[in-house]
Design a protein around this ligand. Sequence first.
Ligand code: PLP
Length: 411
Amino acid sequence: MNVDIQAIRSDTPLLASTVYMDTAAASLPPDAVLDAVRTYVLDTGHIGIYLPAFRKATYERVEGVRQRLALFLGAQPQEVAFTKNATESISLIARGIDWQRGDEVLVADTEMLSNLLPWRRLEVTHGVVVKMVASDAQGRLSPEAFAQAVTPRTRLLTFSHIPNSTGVVQPAAEICAVARKHGFWSLVNASQSVGLVGVDVEHIGCDFLAGCGRKALRATEGTGFLYIREALIGSIEPVLAGWWNGSYDRQTGALSFVAGARRFEAGCPIVPSIVGLGAALDYATRIGIEAIEARVQELTAYAIGHLSGIDGFELYGPPDAKGRIGIVPFNLRGTDPSRIVAALEQQHCIIEAGGFMADAILARYGVSTMARVSLHYFNTREDIDHMVAAIRAIRAIRNLQPIHRTSKEHS
Ligand SMILES: Cc1ncc(COP(=O)(O)O)c(C=O)c1O
């Protein structure tokens, strides 16, 4: 494993003073990413954003990032589009399919709003039927559960490779094989998995994959992406149209779009974000995805092992670290999770609490809110010890004092 953890940590100065455990929301970009963004933005003003030579180099750079992103995903460059975020990627597919009334979409019950609302909206606008596919009691999805829901009207299935509220690594290839076997499409929401575990679209066998760069890849905001299998590019209507992706022949009135997945991008690309995404891909590639996965897996087991010793600790999802990675959702019996977040903040430790916009799976757990620790390779066992000690301290205070909840804590 070529992870020089001290060198990695020194690339992110905040880690010297703060325990950061909210990568599942957004991670801390390393300085190499911030420098790439800053340099580009300064150059736009200092060199001249539309200086022809600079603009040409900028567009070449954008295409260079597209190539590196494609390589990272096991795709071809013409199969990858830049978007603003994963929600946009999912919506581009949901709105781009030629739905017929009564078509069916299978959506896993593990999904957060961004992979639910685009499909639910089709029920209203296109008469599409959304069928929810249940995960098991530990949040695991099975290919069989999807297969049972298939009918002749099924056109697409979708699920998160790693849901944000469980951290379960779903059997993506097996689930997508169900879609292939029955001749319909699969969309993998890889928002949490790209940069954390190996994601190879050929291996997974998906037709579409949506992701974002600001989580495990450690890019900045504004770095969504969409993979579309090449053979399907012509079957999906480009929802966004304008310069960059299309043209209009005034004589004939004909509209045309550029080749490849770039046709799903319209208007000025978000170059600062794309440049940062390129630096983030280089950074992750230097460490190596196997090394990242192995380290986060080991830290996840360490965190669960130590948190489990705390009185009242309730873990959601699988009972241990097996089959999950990075994300540790939990409650302390009798303690509002927002109190845990607030107490940890005072100890310079950042975690998150809430419903994570994943109502269906939280309802299965019988809760409406929970705390969530999410780890990345830059975390250490000492970080986890610090976090566990801080939670133990909350527990100790709670045992001494009755809690006076405020109405805000219940919201
Ligand atoms: C599983 C999952 N899907 C989708 C999203 C939405 O991502 P974005 O904000 O990039 O649209 C998130 C991010 O919070 C997520 O965790």
